[in-house]
Design a protein. Sequence first.
Length: 95
Amino acid sequence: MYNPKQTPDYKFNEDLILSRLEQYVNATYSQHYATTGKQTTEMVFEHGHGDGFCIGNIMKYAQRFGKKEGRNEKDLYKVIHYAIILLGSMQNEEA
């Protein structure tokens, strides 16, 4: 069983990737605010289309990876970020 006090022996640089992901997500909060102070994704969820929006963007960026700008890691961060947003929405619904 996983012991949170013990650092795993990462095989695929997961610690580095998680750190970069956190930096990417944090940067989106300063880049995408509209004049209302809400992100587009928030408004999409408020209108009941959040799940489809996230799934659509996950598919879009997954399919784009390797095509537009080559093996662009930012596309993969976007896939993960939209999955996190969807997971967060599910947790909010359960609360």
